[in-house]
Design a protein around this ligand. Structure first.
Ligand code: DX5
Ligand code: ZN
Length: 215
């Protein structure tokens, strides 16, 4: 599945950028930033609430913040189907309180150490970052293929059930290689919103689906 990520879309023109994807893309990726864990700021709860109410996307919220609990509490009034936060915070999932019914993921930067088994076994998904986090349009890190492969092998060996999501610099040039490495889903920002959003979303979805057909 392709998850459009609005960080790199024009924030002034979000309505027009998202309208063609409503009812087409089931799951929208939202990046939250604190200016501490990453050197950038993104969205507050008001605009996210309005996006949810206007378009009805299921929200996949990526907390790129040093203090996830503080931000999870700030955004707690907004229905979030998936929540991920960063392993680099050193905080364990059982140390956090999540809204009920959310699927919980842990994101890992390109150079991060592997998530230990005791945590992996409890996760619904792992977000393997294809870039160093903070900004849309960052450069793809080639180590991402190895990182995806490792989480894929580990899942198979240990019979874990997490999904593997790649976030950052996913494009038509690397999406098949990332699928071959074992990724299940792809977060795409610039690859959708710097183009015609519906056309780019459809092309990337078709690439994924066609690959699935040959597995
Ligand atoms: C990067 C964010 C991504 C970002 C992806 O730090 O977590 O979700 O929006 O955007 P692109 O596809 O432009 O790298
Ligand atoms: Zn993200």
């Amino acid at each position: 599945m392709i998850l459009p990520s609005i960080l790199s879309a024009s924030h002034l023109r979000l309505f027009e950028k998202l309208t063609p994807l409503a009812g087409v893309a089931p799951r929208l990726h939202i990046d939250l930033e604190d200016g501490v864990f990453v050197p950038n700021l993104s969205f507050g709860p008001k605009v996210i609430q309005e996006i949810y109410e206007t378009f009805g996307f299921a929200l996949d919220v990526h907390y790129m913040v040093q203090d996830p609990q503080r931000f999870i509490d700030i955004f707690s009034g907004i229905p979030q189907r998936w929540i991920s936060y960063h392993a680099e915070t050193g905080i364990l999932p059982n140390e956090l309180s999540f809204p009920s019914g959310t699927s919980i993921g842990m994101a890992v930067n390109p150079d991060s150490k592997r998530i230990p088994d005791a945590v992996l076994s409890s996760l619904d998904f792992v977000v393997v970052m294809g870039v160093y986090p903070g900004f849309g349009g960052a450069s793809f890190e080639d180590v991402t293929y190895d990182n995806v492969s490792w989480y894929h092998s580990r899942r198979t060996e240990r019979r874990y059930s997490y999904d593997i999501v790649v976030d950052g610099a996913v494009s038509r040039d690397n999406i098949i290689g990332l699928k071959q490495s074992g990724a299940d889903h792809f977060v795409v920002g610039s690859g959708i919103f710097k183009h015609d959003p519906l056309k780019a979303y459809t092309e990337l979805s078709n690439l994924c689906d066609n690959y699935d057909g040959h597995q």
